[in-house]
Design a binder for this molecule. Structure first.
Ligand code: NAP
Ligand code: G4F
Length: 365
């Protein structure tokens, strides 16, 4: 009987972890996901998978080697997808030490755990790396040979993760590699990332449940793809004969302002932008009402403003199509989802509404 594929996904409750679980379960894998203990139920993104015979959950914290080793010994995975991270760039300015522990040393804990459990010849490891490594960019668009210039505590931590993966590959001949993924979004994106903050606000403003949206740098440029398309690449990267790092991106760039424009357009509001920098405003062309304002609270001490990926290598070697879901289709998917979500929001959702108010006041970024 052929050996069964056993995947261990750290960070299974996250946006990517949930889509990757679905993808691997469809491929017949046994999927083991790691979760953190919490006093509240935070498993909304994977609730539909719980109870499936091939889906299993284990407690792991990336800051705790013992919990990592315990799960490695028990599960003996054939593939590890290390997605767990403190993934918010602004939060990394507020909690830099924690971010380094989880996003940098956490990667080392996985690699060394695999060695200590004697899995180095049988287990392949995918590391969730990021376009934030290019940071204060040294060329556009960015590819696998573009020099790194990390520009936040998050990016510096992720750079350690990238290099320690490369080191273990070369020093111990382990099959471990990094996917340098550009921003990818979805209906499951965390609500404090800019795209989801905008899609939710467009829905709430349209339905009269929010007055205004406050944002930071509207001119920031990103290469935004659809998370559901990107998890396939994580798997493809681990199916190559030799371990290699890959840039995963759409090759198309848009500004935060563009995202706002198309999100509000989807709900029937045409925006016009006037003013510059902190004075810029997004106005409803039909009514003259100011719907978007810029707030200093959402500016970062250092901001990455020009991310644009070149997916040539992924297209050629992985046979991956970077343009399965286009930018406007992605915006529409997110906004349509949030229009339905907001319409269904009742009294129990008041707490979520309060979060939106906090967001506006800059308490949660
Ligand atoms: P996400 O939604 O924020 O999910 C992060 C996951 O990590 C969650 O399951 C979270 O658990 C878990 N986690 C956080 N701290 C942990 C800790 N100390 N111990 C154990 N688990 C912990 O992020 P995502 O968007 O799915 O991204 C997945 C990975 O790709 C991350 O490493 C991120 O840095 C990287 N990445 C993302 C993008 C993107 O555009 N989405 C682009 C490039 C790279 P809780 O649910 O308990 O918080
Ligand atoms: O949506 P963001 O917070 O994502 P960011 O910083 O690009 O990070 C995400 O993508 C990375 C890949 O490049 C991942 F590694 C990382 O884990 C995460 O998933 O911000 C995008 C841009 C930034 O330039 C930010 O300054 O939008 C700008 N922005 C403007 N106003 C805002 C806001 N960002 C947030 N979160 N909130 C705002 O109000």
């Amino acid at each position: 009987m052929a050996n069964k594929n056993i995947a261990l996904i750290t960070g299974v409750t996250g946006q990517d972890g949930s889509y990757l679980s679905e993808f691997l379960l469809k491929k017949g894998y046994d999927v083991h996901g790691t979760i953190r203990r919490s006093s509240v139920d935070f498993r909304e993104r994977i609730a539909h998978l719980e109870g499936l015979p091939n889906f299993h959950l284990h407690y792991v914290d990336m800051s705790d080697s013992m919990s990592i080793i315990q799960v490695l010994r028990k599960v003996r995975p054939t593939e590890i997808y290390n997605l767990a991270a403190q993934s918010h760039v602004q939060v990394s300015f507020d909690s830099p030490e924690y971010t380094a522990d989880v996003d940098a040393v956490g990667v080392l804990r996985i690699l060394e755990g695999v060695r200590q459990c004697g899995l180095e010849d049988t287990c392949r490891i995918y590391q969730a790396s990021t376009s934030e490594l290019y940071g204060k960019v040294e060329e556009v668009p960015q590819n696998e040979n573009t020099p790194f210039h990390p520009y936040s505590p998050y990016a510096v931590a992720k750079l350690y993760g990238f290099w320690i993966v490369k080191e273990y590959r070369e020093a111990y001949n382990m099959y471990c590699c990094s996917g340098i993924l550009f921003n990818h979004e979805s209906e499951r994106r965390g609500e404090t990332f800019v795209t989801r903050k905008i899609s939710l606000a467009a829905a709430r403003i349209k339905q009269g449940k929010q007055e205004k949206l406050y944002l930071g740098n509207l001119s920031s440029l990103r290469d935004w793809g659809y998370a559901k398309d990107y998890v396939e690449c994580m798997w493809l990267i681990l199916q190559q004969e030799k371990p290699e790092d890959f840039v995963i991106a759409t090759g198309v760039q848009h500004s935060v302002r563009d995202f706002c424009y198309y999100a509000f357009k989807r709900v029937g509001i045409e925006l016009e932008f006037t003013g510059e920098g902190i004075d810029e405003k997004g106005i409803d062309k039909a009514t003259g009402r100011v719907l978007i304002e810029v707030s200093k609270d959402f500016y970062r001490p250092t901001d990455v403003v020009n991310l644009w990926g070149d997916p040539t290598k992924a297209r050629a070697k992985l046979g991956w199509n970077p343009n399965t879901t286009g930018f406007q289709e992605l915006v529409n998917l997110m906004v349509d989802h949030d229009m339905a979500k907001v319409a269904g929001e009742g009294a129990a959702e008041k707490v979520r509404m309060n979060l939106a108010e906090f967001l506006e006041k800059g308490i949660v970024k």
